[in-house]
Design a protein around this ligand. Structure first.
Ligand code: BEZ
Length: 240
């Protein structure tokens, strides 16, 4: 393999990891040019990819995300989509969605968030959205959760055939913000109003205290303690 081939392959497989700064790019979108992530500093961003315009699973996803956009915005989160299609294809597809498509009770849906044109695959490759075992030129269904300081906080990758669950995407966003604001972790299937997990005891003394003296905690064992965090308190902190 020569140097050029190697660097192309490395590009294809480069993937930001949780804790990395979001890779930078400038792109043309259906809402004008964006500089990423600098234009989005100060808010959470969900950067997500889909395989292609004018395909059914993608259409169902776009309608669902557009329908939920205000809900995400209220949680200080902006949406940015991407596929390996050109700007005019994007515009035509979004117009078709608004004018003709009805899905799950949604119709007349206007997609107001930016959709990146990425014919060159420049952005898709930077974010590991092209996974050649799945498809050589279509992006997989990736979701990057990027925090207000431009750090990648969570990543989901789905194959082409599998539409995403947007309730889970919203739940993950709220759970990460809750962890940040209240210095807690969230157990399996957590949602606002359910008990949260406090950091494990870091010494034998604290372990003993947790089991004997902590009235506001419920400890299943010294390493597994939860506390109440009511829904209103969470939502007051997280929602604008
Ligand atoms: C779809 O969005 O329907 C789709 C796209 C690519 C492959 C399979 C399904």
């Amino acid at each position: 393999m020569n140097t050029i081939e190697m660097s192309q392959e490395q590009q294809t497989f480069s993937m930001p990891r949780i804790g990395d700064k979001a890779p930078e790019f400038k792109a043309v979108t259906t809402q004008g040019e964006i500089n990423f992530p600098s234009d989005y500093k100060g808010s959470w961003t969900i950067l997500f990819s889909h395989p292609a315009d004018f395909t059914p699973v993608c259409t169902s996803e776009f309608m669902t995300f557009a329908h939920l956009e205000e809900k995400f915005n209220k949680a200080n989160c902006k949406l940015v989509g991407l596929s390996v299609d050109g700007l005019y294809s994007h515009i035509a597809w979004l117009r078709t969605i608004k004018d003709k498509i009805e899905f799950n009770g949604m119709k007349d849906i206007e997609v107001k968030f930016p959709l990146i044109e990425d014919i060159t695959m420049n952005v898709a490759k930077k974010y590991g959205m092209i996974q050649p075992g799945e498809h050589q030129t279509q992006a997989v269904r990736a979701v990057f959760f990027i925090d207000p300081e431009s750090t990648v906080r969570a990543i989901i990758y789905y194959p082409l055939s599998l539409g995403r669950n947007f309730d889970e995407i919203y739940r993950a966003l709220i759970a990460m913000q809750t962890s940040d604001k209240f210095n807690v972790a969230t157990p399996a299937d957590w949602e606002p109003g359910k008990d949260v997990i406090i950091s494990p005891a870091g010494s034998c003394g604290v372990a003993e205290e947790r089991m004997t003296k902590s009235e506001d905690l419920e400890c299943k064992d010294w390493f597994f303690c939860t506390k109440k965090l009511d829904k209103d308190t969470v939502l007051k902190e997280v929602l604008k």
